[in-house]
Design a protein around this ligand. Structure first.
Ligand code: PEP
Length: 251
């Protein structure tokens, strides 16, 4: 039995002051909700302030990216040890915006993922097809290649420490959501591929979130699907009550 997991990706939003305020509102809004894991992922400069706001609560802290080296001449990057020092438990890797705007590839996601796991962070690995790929009927081919690339060289034990997030690119921030049936079909397919790559027990243990314009009014129908284990939430995670309603829908 997989515990559902809802994570908020705040993207490039919120100054440290604003982030701390929002985090405190999220703490209040989700307090008392049990049976679901919750995390929030603010931008790097706000991590420590948000860490102090969620300390002692059930809400986990996550970062939105990290580099694979621990230190060195890599201007603009942050490392796993730095994230741990800021109080992070989770890290989002391979978000489509990183792939689209910052040149990330399956190979660089794989390097980040191996480093994150070695450091003891819990990675959320994003994958998903573009609109052109869906229209060309290539969704399964694309997500399978992304998953194989990201997980390359990882053991069954490693994989059980990962959350996957299926996020169709055409549904992110667009207001378009995959229907529950479309999402469930891809989640079920990803689980089959996991079973082929590892074994069924591993495939059954890995949580697969859905992401892409999840809102309070569509969350329950998505999360009711057998293979959807919560969500990665962008826009709606910037509003504490909306985020809490989505968290409730996952229980
Ligand atoms: C995301 O960025 O991971 C995401 C799913 O965004 P949104 O909910 O805004 O579509």
């Amino acid at each position: 039995m997989r515990t559902p997991f809802v994570a908020g990706n705040w993207k490039l939003n919120k100054t440290p002051d604003e982030a701390e305020t929002l985090a405190r509102c999220v703490v209040d809004a989700v307090s008392g909700i049990t049976g679901v894991d919750v995390a929030i992922c603010p931008p790097f400069p706000a991590l420590e302030r948000v860490a102090s706001a969620v300390r002692g609560t059930a809400i986990g802290l996550g970062a939105q990216n990290m580099y694979w080296a621990s230190e060195g001449a890599f201007t603009g990057e942050v490392s796993a040890p730095m994230l741990l020092t800021c109080g992070c438990e989770y890290v989002i890797l391979g978000h489509s915006e990183r792939r689209q705007f910052f040149g990330e590839t399956d190979e660089t996601v794989n390097r980040r993922l191996k480093t994150a796991l070695r450091a003891g962070l819990k990675p959320i690995v994003c994958l998903g097809e573009s609109l052109d790929e869906r229209q060309a009927d290539r969704t399964e081919q694309v997500v399978e290649a992304q998953m194989r690339g990201a997980l390359n060289g990882l053991s069954a034990d490693d994989v059980q420490g990962i959350t996957l997030a299926y996020e169709p690119v055409w549904a992110i921030g667009t207001g378009l959501t995959a229907t529950s049936e479309q999402a469930e079909a891809v989640h079920g397919f990803l689980r089959q591929v996991l079973a082929r790559l590892y074994r069924d027990e591993v495939a059954q243990a890995v949580r697969i979130q859905y992401g892409g314009s999840v809102k309070p009014d569509n969350a329950a129908a998505l999360f009711d699907q057998d293979n959807i284990d919560g969500g990665l939430i962008g826009g709606a995670s910037l509003e504490a009550d909306a985020f809490a309603a989505i968290v409730k829908a996952a229980v």
